[in-house]
Structure formats: structure tokens, C-alpha cells
Design a protein around this ligand. Structure first.
Ligand code: FMN
Length: 280
């Protein structure tokens, strides 16, 4: 059975309640869970666990002083490939900051695999209480986490080290391909569109004076915009991965993937036709 350790920091007790709710959810999913304050845990014990959840209150837009010092000591442990999740409590206001984002960054640097977007409990006042129904929602997340773990447990149950590494490297390659497609897709799409426009525009440029200049400005603007578009898309994807933020029904990721795939496909079809004509 996989062992889960949930570590929390707290001043007023709210983050401890969130940690306990996560723990109840995971236990309901048949996991063995230990829950402890970062102030009382023995560092050496942490490596005995398969999954580690770490969370704390948001202080001055980041994690608390105690959490920072704990994470500093954690860096010396070998945590590679351990699974983890992060949680936090914070106020419900603009620019509240996030303790969990800082924790997540450090865990990722330690090459832990973060298996869930940031789990947040909102406090109504500095000392609490938590928003109503928060603990029920978070207990449910604990249950979801156990489902995710059961999925990965099935893979590791086979206990074929080689197979798991292979699985990971294929996933890695696919991931790179996905990023190339997503980042390059819109740029490629616009450059195709420009190519078409400039071919037509070139002819017009000989007839209408100044039209070539107009095309050049247009070309530069669209190239700039496509770069901004790609950066925006990558930022949104990162937000979704780290914070679970989505744009509701408007699925930008799918739209960009579609643009990318269709523009690449059109290009390959064009090249295919061209080669066929040359051969003929
Ligand atoms: C010193 C201090 C700084 C804080 N700074 C922030 C902040 O920057 N953003 C925020 O959303 N909440 C801030 N808070 C509110 C805490 O997030 C809140 O007290 C905490 O979530 C409660 O959790 P706890 O009961 O586990 O301590 C701050 C609280 C304290 C005591």
C-alpha cells in the first residue's frame, strides 16, 4: 500500500484543517496517511513515503518564514520522482499571492512529480474561518487524488522498472512535440496566410503604388501578434497546469492545437502536391 505524508504549517489552525480534510479524502480512498506539522516532522522519515503533500498559509504573498526554512532543509533530501501535491490557505482578494506556488516551484526543482493543481482554501478573515463548504470540497479532492494514485499504482504494481521509464520517456517526447505544435502552430499559420497575401499583394503592388509598404507593415504586425498569441497560449496552459485556471467553455488550448494541426497539414498537403507534380 502506498504511504502518503501530508505536511502543513499553520498559525491559526486553518491550514491544518485543510490538511486533515485532504487526509480524510485519501483515507476514504484506502490510502495510509500520516499528517504532521512541518515543525514536528523528522526530516529523515519523509523519504519513507511515496507521496508527499505540503501546504501552508500565504504570508506576504508567498509562503511563511517557517515554510521557507523547512523547504530549505528539504532540498538536501532525495525526492526525485516522488509524487506530490501542494495546498495553501489565503485571503480572497486581488494580488493575495500564493504560498503553494512557491512550494510547488521548489518541489518541481527537486524533480518531484506534482499530481494535482494547487489546492486552495480561502479564509474569510486572517484568523479564519474558512469559506463555507471548503472542507467538504477539499475532502472530495483528497478522494480524487486517491483515484489518481490508484491509476499510477496500477502501472508501478507491475513493477517493471524498464517499462515505467520507457513510458515516461515516450510521454516526455510527446510532451515536447505538443509544445512545438502549440507554440509553432499559430506562427506557422500566420506565416502561411502572409505568404498567400504577399503573393497576391505583390501583383497588386505593381498596380497600386504604396501597396507593398502596406503589406510590409501588415506582415510585421501579424508576425508580432502571432508571437504574442503563442506566449499567451503557453501562459494560459501553465496557469491551467499549476492553478487549474481555465477559460470556461472557450478552450484556447484546443483552438490553438486545431490551428497548429490544420496549418501543418495544409502545408504538408501543399508540399505533397508539389512533389507529385514535379515527379509527373
Ligand atoms: C503575517 C501575515 C501575512 C499575511 N499575508 C497574506 C497575504 O499576503 N495574502 C493573503 O491572501 N493572506 C495573507 N495573510 C492571511 C493568511 O493567509 C491567513 O492568516 C492564513 O491563510 C490562515 O491560515 P492558518 O490558520 O493556517 O494560519 C497573512 C497573515 C499573516 C499572519
Amino acid at each position: 500500500m502506498k504511504k502518503v505524508l501530508i505536511l502543513y504549517d499553520t498559525v491559526f489552525g486553518n491550514t491544518r484543517r485543510v490538511a486533515m480534510a485532504l487526509s480524510r479524502g485519501l483515507e476514504a480512498g484506502n490510502f495510509y496517511v500520516d499528517c504532521s506539522s512541518i515543525l514536528s516532522v523528522e526530516l529523515g522519515e519523509i523519504v519513507d513515503y511515496d507521496v508527499i503533500g505540503i501546504g501552508g498559509p500565504t504570508h506576504f504573498h508567498g509562503s511563511s518564514k517557517e515554510m521557507k526554512s523547512f523547504l530549505g532543509r528539504l532540498k538536501d533530501l532525495k525526492m526525485e520522482n516522488k509524487r506530490g501535491f501542494v495546498f495553501e490557505t489565503r485571503g480572497d482578494f486581488r494580488f493575495a499571492g500564493s504560498a503553494a506556488n512557491k512550494i510547488m516551484k521548489i518541489l518541481r526543482k527537486m524533480r518531484m512529480k506534482i499530481m494535482y493543481p494547487v489546492i486552495t482554501g480561502i479564509v474569510l478573515e486572517k484568523e479564519g474561518p474558512l469559506q463555507s463548504k471548503t472542507l467538504e470540497r477539499i475532502e472530495q479532492i483528497g478522494l480524487e487524488l486517491s483515484d489518481k494514485l490508484n491509476g499510477t499504482a496500477m502501472l508501478t504494481n507491475k513493477n517493471q522498472e524498464g517499462m515505467e521509464i520507457k513510458h515516461r520517456s515516450i510521454k516526455g517526447i510527446l510532451n515536447y512535440l505538443k509544445w512545438i505544435l502549440i507554440g509553432g502552430g499559430p506562427i506557422f499559420f500566420f506565416s502561411r496566410a502572409l505568404n498567400l497575401a504577399s503573393t497576391g499583394g505583390g501583383c497588386l503592388g505593381t498596380i497600386i503604388p504604396g501597396f507593398s509598404w502596406f503589406l510590409l507593415v501588415l506582415e510585421l504586425t501579424i508576425s508580432g501578434l502571432s508571437g504574442v498569441f503563442a506566449i499567451l497560449a503557453l501562459t494560459l496552459l501553465k496557469l491551467k497546469r499549476d492553478r487549474g485556471v481555465t477559460l470556461g467553455r472557450f478552450n484556447l488550448k484546443r483552438l490553438i492545437l486545431f490551428t497548429g494541426v490544420s496549418s501543418y497539414s495544409i502545408h504538408f498537403i501543399r508540399v505533397g502536391i508539389w512533389i507529385t507534380l514535379c515527379v509527373l
